[in-house]
Design a protein around this ligand. Sequence first.
Ligand SMILES: Cc1cc2nc3c(=O)[nH]c(=O)nc-3n(C[C@H](O)[C@H](O)[C@H](O)COP(=O)(O)OP(=O)(O)OC[C@H]3O[C@@H](n4cnc5c(N)ncnc54)[C@H](O)[C@@H]3O)c2cc1C
Length: 416
Amino acid sequence: MDRRHLLKNSLALGGFMGLGGCAATPPAEVKPAPPVAPRVPIMDRPPPLAPIRAHTDRLFDIKVCIRPFRTKGPNLDVEQIGDAMVVHNYGHGGSGWSLSWGSADMAVQKAMSRSPKQIAVIGCGIIGLTSAITAQRAGAQVTIYTRELLPRTRSVRANGSWTPDSRIALAAEAPANFGETWEQMARMSWKNLRPYLGLAGNPVAFTDMYRLSDTPLGREAPRDPSIPPLPPPSWSGLPTQSSDFGRYADRILDITPQTQVLADDINPFPVKHVTRTTNLFFNFTEYGHLLTSEFFAAGGKIVMRDFHAPSELTHLPEKVVINCPGFAARDWWKDKAMMPVRGQTGWLIPQPEVKYALTYRNVQILSKSDGIMVIALENGDMKGYNNSDESVNRAESERAVKVIEELYSRFPTNPA
Ligand SMILES: Cc1cc2nc3c(=O)[nH]c(=O)nc-3n(C[C@H](O)[C@H](O)[C@H](O)COP(=O)(O)OP(=O)(O)OC[C@H]3O[C@@H](n4cnc5c(N)ncnc54)[C@H](O)[C@@H]3O)c2cc1C
């Protein structure tokens, strides 16, 4: 490690909660550098960050799930099955938590076109639950029919960050106007999440997210070549790369916090290149309880039921049905556009003092109320395309924990 790096580590150390003041004494011949006025306004400097106790023996849970990715984008079509009008609402890929309210709004508008007094919702994942509550808000009496309740659904095996454009469609297969539909969904969801901020238990909360890299960081991977590139905001410090394709997320730059490059003098990590953004995330337990209570408080009913063929829907008393089966649509609705995208999350014992997220060397960390989530990424996004294997791979999570363990081992230890 060279001298410059050592000094940087000492700076970083001063920024870490509980470690301040224990920087190594510089060698005698090195004169301490005169204090340099920080270049960054005080409100933009990172707060003290608690270290993460990343050790494989603290990995207490591993969850595997498949994203309900639909190559054409989420299905919101309307179908008539016998005397039942079925409005689909499934296929949200890696964006279901983020887009749920906007998608529910679109589905319920279609369902209410028949002015039904009663609506059936199939499924009790995040899409079913938000559709049910939205239908109640529109004045309908709602019954959810489902095989599993939220805590047992694939929804709670997700990551649960605001990622509205993750695995949402293949640009080549999505309808031409999908960008507009997506934008409408994303904006509506963002608006609907607002009342869930600041509540006890933080069902929905903001967190700072640090992106660490050994090499200079560019913009995130392009997702949809049909979206014209937008330059990053001038204050973000990111270089404008004219060769960039746009991302769906670029359509909502005006409502989402943008990335800031951390200059050397405020970078708290022993890694050369760091950016920070602020992102919304979901604490599943608290948010799930809240939504379920809200549903019951508005008179909702839940019936445990497993459907095997679309024709079974005609036996329901409700004649308007919102169909939210997630990935199961591939089998029970024979939707061939559904493509599994496997994802695994490891969980370290919760550390409430850790109030940030980071990514480094293809590992993502997010501190939540029920644990510190660790994910092994691939090329900056999750791997697992066309993989429906839902068995746990502990070695994958252990490898990811070790990357983070090594990162924190670079900070000098407390003197004896
Ligand atoms: C690893 C991973 C990370 C993710 N990270 C994020 C993220 O950070 N942000 C984000 O926004 N999204 C993320 N997602 C995506 C998100 O989790 C999904 O898009 C979302 O959970 C889909 O919800 P759903 O309600 O459609 O499906 P599900 O949660 O699968 O719910 C389907 C419901 O339908 C019921 N059902 C299915 N078939 C039948 C049947 N035949 N009869 C009766 N009931 C039936 C099930 O019991 C269940 O209740 C991630 C997903 C994964 C796997």
